[in-house]
Structure formats: structure tokens, C-alpha cells
Design a protein. Structure first.
Lengths: 290, 156, 149
């Protein structure tokens, strides 16, 4: 790793001031599981590393109708949180399959989102749950829907000097159910070959609302709006779900890599989306929360 | 350079380190605690697992400065007053290791598991321990060893 | 790896060709180029910065216009550059040609054979392709803007 100066601010304001002062020369570091690897490969060589671990304000979990998760909560802290298991169990299910226990014990949810690896699991689930992030800077705070956070391959809409401070998950609609499917043909601690998350809200026989997102299917996590449009207002029948899922094949734009060719991932995406829709629908009908 | 103040295996440690020192290298090279191993150096194999404030982490991906003010436990710190941790006893009795290179990491990860879940099911053991790779044992004896401790059947 | 790219520029073929063959002027439209210095004999040295997410590359290198066919609106360019800090490099042989689509509209076709060395070789091809496409689109926009001035 290059020689850098490690700074450890005691407050969020101090952290934002340091980031504003040093601009591109400084990088924030939370758990470090992604960034230290990049630095060991010399791909990222910051002059200043701004450690966030003392910002304990940003590692709280509050449940009050909506879920407000501090950006510095680790995956494991969230995974075992009874608030999340109650209000959004699909989030707990997804989190406990991320990587391994060591990564989950250090990697933070805010750090993961800021890193913006398109193969990560949290983004499609957060998109399906209609989550947003709160972004702080010296100039104040702004809200950003999670699906608007990702702008490119490892790129986000965060401006220099901005930090994700919170992830907010709104109260989930009654009569909704959510599911997440991670296709892992190799090892269990791997990134998904393709993943999908969906939240369906039912109204009698019909699908009143649908939020569908996929991971590892392009340069960013993708909200599958064509799939959603084919579901909303329709009778919640297997053929409807299957036909809607087929549209995923055209909506995604996967990259070929060691986990599969683009063509393979495109074909598999439709299957994974269909299974996810079926599970989400079953949960919506069972009256189980998202 | 940063002056670190931390506890390692229960003992107070004060040491100056370069900002970019990895926790793994600090433990092995600066403190001489060579029980923790470097396997893959990318955080996948688990041979470098240590406890940081009780949390199992990859020390090859942690900066030493992350441990300032914290409590670090390595395999050398598992024994208490000269007595082996029940996990160490179990690994010996059940054959939970062969070449031993992954064993420190396995023990630390297992200690973290039992600290958080004293009565894990076998599925929970496997799910938690999944990230600690072993090339020798095929994992069965590792799970058995942990099972024995959870069941209280390890000889004292 | 081979990359073929096309873009349409709202400029007539002749003035576009003269612009493209004026390397320092043309280079000013390539995203990330920081400097281009002529070294004589159709050779140029320069520096280009490219970002892929958190990875910032500073590519220092040289290019040469190996062939130039003004009548046929074709040229061949060789370039090599590396980033010493990251420890990677790229060798490129590119063919470019202009095709007239309409009196004020020209298609630029660039066929590149790129060899990625060292760390750069570890980036997946699709990532490089997407990056190249993004840069080409931005180049075309910059050229069009230059001609509007």
C-alpha cells in the first residue's frame, strides 16, 4: 500500500470538514474490507485516509414506523437486529448471505453503497423496499433514493466531500410481501451470478404495486420497470408472473465475467426474477411482512 | 506514524506503527504473535482471523490503526491461566486439524460463534464457519469439534 | 482485445478530417487528456487521466500517426501508455476512418486493437469496452461543441 496519512475525526462535522478540505486526495474508510483490498493492489492510492469508526452517531438503528439505519452499522449488526427482522425480514435474509462472517463483522452498509460494486446484494433489496439514503456534507443534508445513487461501474451520485449518513426504509405496505434470490453456482461466500429482489402488494386478486430490482446484471443494480409495468393491475396468476419475468432478459445488460457470459446471465435473470416474484407473491398472500 | 494503545490477549500494548501497517503484520512482525497466518491476503480464506472487540475479522484487511483503543484476541490468547480453551481441547480430541495452517483462524472464528451462539445447530455452525477454508480435513472434524464444545462433551 | 466504435458528428467530412489530423487540437476533445506535446515526425507525448470508480489512472505515453490517407479519410495510429503507480499499461493500434452520411454529418469509425498490461489487464473486458464507449460518446460531443464555437 502507498504511504498515506490516517485521520480519525471524532464527529461527523469534523469528517465532512476534512473531506471538503482535501477533496480527491482523501478517501473515507469505514470497515475497509473493499478499500484495503484495492489499496493493497495499488489501484487506489489516497494521500489521506479518513477513518470513520469513531462516528458512533452513525451506527444506530431506529425503528419508528420507518427504519433508520446508521450508515456505519455493520452487515452483521443489521443481520441480527430484531427491528429489521420484524419490519423487513427480507433484509435480514439477504444480509446473512453476504460474503462471510468476517466481512459482515466489519463491512458497513453505508460503505457498501458508497463502494457501488454492481455485484453486491444490498442494493436490489433496498430498491425493492423503496429505501433512500441520507447524504451529508458541509453544506447540509440531502435525500437520495437508493436506485438513483448508482451512476456507473463503481460510481455513485455522491459528490466529493459527501458521506452517506443514514439508510431509511419506509414502513412497508400492508398486504405486501418481499423476497430476494441470489444465484450462487460456485461458493456460498461469492458475489451473485445474478440476483433479484421484489416487493409485491396485492389487492384482492390483483397486483396493486410491484417493485423489482436485480443485481449483478449490469454496471449498476437495475430497477426492472418493464417487469413492474407488466405486473401492476394484473391478476396475480403464475402466467402473469412468468411473462413479466421474461421481460427481465431484455431489461438487463450483464457483463461477461468468471461467473458467466452476458448471454448466460441474461437467460438466468428471467428465471431468477420469476422465482423471486413467486416467493414475494406467496408472502404477500400469507400476510407476512416484506 | 501513529502511537497505538490497545490490549492484545489481555495485555496492554503501546506501539508506534506506520499508518499503512496491516493489523496482521503488526501482530506477527511487531508483536511476534505468529499464530495468526497469512493465507490468501484478500480476506477470503480466514487463516488471518482475529477477534477485534470480540468480532471475528480478517486481519489482512484491517489496518493496525483500526485496533487503537480496542481489544484484540489471537489464537495465543485463547488459553486461560495455562488451560486450553475447550475449543482447543476439542480440536485435539476430535481431530479438527491436520497441517494446522488454518487452525488458528478456525479456533478464533469458532470462539466468536460460541460467544454469540452458545448452542448453535450444525447448520448454524456450518454457515458461520463457512468462510474459514481448510485444505486438509474436509471440515467434518471441525464441525464435530465445535459441536462437542457446544454439547459440553469435551474432556476438561 | 478488439473494440469497434462508431459515432456521428454534425460536421462535414473535410473540416472534421482536418481537425482530427491536427493532433493537439483533436486531443483536447478526448476526455481526460491533460497534455499533448509534439515530438516531431508525427509523434506526440502526453498524459491522460481515466477513472473507473474509485480507481484513478494517470496514463503517460506516446502516440504516432503511422499512416495518413487524406484522400481516403483514413489513418492508423499507434499508442502506448502506462501508469507507473498502479503498475499497468496499454498498447493500442487503431484504424480510423470517416464516412459521409449527409453534407453536414459524418460518421467516425474507430477500430482498436488494445493490449492491456499489468494491473490494467485485470480489468474485465466489458468494463473497458463500456469505458471506451463512454469516452467515445463524450469525444463526439466535445468535437461537435468545438465546431459550434
Amino acid at each position: 500500500m502507498n504511504a498515506f496519512e490516517y485521520l480519525e475525526p471524532a464527529t461527523v462535522d469534523e469528517a465532512l470538514a476534512i473531506l471538503a478540505e482535501h477533496g480527491d486526495d482523501a478517501r473515507p474508510i469505514a470497515g475497509g474490507t473493499a478499500l484495503v483490498n484495492l489499496m493493497k493492489q495499488r489501484l487506489v492510492q489516497p494521500a489521506y485516509l479518513v477513518g470513520l469508526r469513531r462516528l458512533t452517531d452513525l451506527s444506530t438503528i431506529a425503528a419508528n414506523g420507518e427504519l433508520r439505519l446508521g450508515a456505519l452499522c455493520t452487515h452483521h449488526e443489521l443481520e441480527i437486529s430484531p427491528h429489521i427482522q420484524r419490519a423487513a425480514p427480507v433484509l435480514s435474509e439477504m444480509l446473512r448471505r453476504v460474503a462471510n462472517i468476517r466481512v459482515r463483522s466489519m463491512a458497513t452498509i453505508g460503505g457498501a453503497l458508497a463502494h457501488a460494486d454492481p455485484n453486491q446484494d444490498p442494493p436490489p433489496v433496498l430498491i425493492a423496499l423503496d429505501a433512500r439514503v441520507v447524504v451529508g456534507s458541509r453544506g447540509g443534508e440531502r435525500d437520495l433514493q437508493v436506485e438513483a445513487l448508482f451512476t456507473g461501474y463503481y460510481e455513485t451520485a455522491l459528490a466529493p466531500g459527501e458521506l452517506i449518513t443514514r439508510i431509511v426504509i419506509p414502513a412497508q405496505p400492508a398486504a405486501s410481501g418481499a423476497a430476494f434470490t441470489k444465484m450462487l453456482p460456485q461458493t456460498q461466500d461469492d458475489y451473485a451470478t445474478v440476483s433479484a429482489a421484489a416487493r409485491l402488494t396485492v389487492d384482492g386478486e390483483r397486483i396493486a404495486d410491484a417493485r423489482v430490482a436485480a443485481g449483478s446484471v449490469g454496471e449498476t443494480p437495475l430497477r426492472l420497470r418493464a417487469v413492474e409495468r407488466a405486473l401492476v393491475g394484473q391478476v396475480a396468476a403464475p402466467a402473469i408472473l412468468r411473462d413479466a419475468a421474461t421481460l427481465a432478459g431484455d431489461e438487463v445488460d450483464p457483463l461477461s465475467d468468471i461467473r458467466g457470459s452476458a448471454a448466460y446471465k441474461r437467460a438466468v435473470a428471467a428465471v431468477i426474477v420469476r422465482r423471486t416474484l413467486e416467493q414475494a407473491l406467496a408472502r404477500a398472500r400469507a400476510g407476512a411482512p416484506a | 506514524m501513529k502511537l497505538l494503545h490497545l490490549r492484545v490477549n489481555g495485555a496492554q500494548v503501546e506501539r508506534e506503527v506506520p499508518d499503512n501497517r496491516l493489523l496482521l503484520d503488526f501482530l506477527r512482525d511487531d508483536l511476534g504473535l505468529t499464530g495468526t497466518k497469512e493465507g490468501c491476503s484478500v480476506g477470503v480464506c480466514g487463516a488471518c482471523t482475529v477477534l477485534l472487540d470480540g468480532r471475528p475479522i480478517s486481519s489482512c484487511l484491517a489496518l493496525a490503526v483500526f485496533a487503537d483503543g480496542c481489544e484484540v484476541t489471537t489464537v495465543e490468547g485463547l488459553e486461560r491461566d495455562g488451560a486450553l480453551d475447550p475449543l482447543q481441547r476439542a480440536f485435539i480430541d476430535c481431530g479438527g486439524f491436520q497441517c494446522g495452517i488454518c487452525t488458528p483462524g478456525q479456533l478464533i472464528a469458532a470462539r466468536a460463534l460460541l460467544n454469540e451462539h452458545p448452542q448453535p445447530s450444525n447448520d448454524e455452525i456450518r454457515a458461520w464457519m463457512m468462510g474459514n477454508l481448510c485444505r486438509c480435513t474436509g471440515y467434518y472434524k471441525i464441525v464435530e469439534s465445535i459441536r462437542a464444545v457446544a454439547d459440553g462433551t469435551v474432556r476438561a | 482485445m478488439k473494440i469497434e466504435q462508431r459515432c456521428t458528428v454534425p460536421v462535414a467530412r473535410e473540416p472534421l478530417w482536418r481537425f482530427l489530423m491536427d493532433v493537439p487540437a483533436m486531443a483536447g476533445c478526448v476526455p481526460g487528456v491533460e497534455k499533448v506535446e509534439p515530438r516531431g515526425d508525427n509523434r506526440y507525448e502526453g498524459r491522460m487521466k481515466v477513472r473507473v470508480g474509485p480507481i484513478a489512472l494517470t496514463l503517460d505515453g506516446a502516440m504516432a500517426v503511422r499512416e495518413q490517407d487524406d484522400a481516403g479519410y483514413r489513418a492508423a495510429v499507434d499508442a502506448e501508455a502506462n501508469d507507473r503507480r498502479v503498475g499497468g499499461g496499454v498498447h493500442v493500434n487503431a484504424q480510423m476512418s470517416l464516412r459521409e452520411l449527409a453534407p453536414g454529418e459524418t460518421e467516425l469509425v474507430v477500430t482498436t486493437d488494445a493490449r492491456l498490461l499489468g494491473k490494467l489487464g485485470e480489468f474485465g473486458q466489458p468494463v473497458i469496452r463500456k469505458k471506451a464507449d463512454t469516452m467515445m460518446a463524450e469525444f463526439a460531443r466535445n468535437v461537435a461543441a468545438r465546431f459550434r464555437e
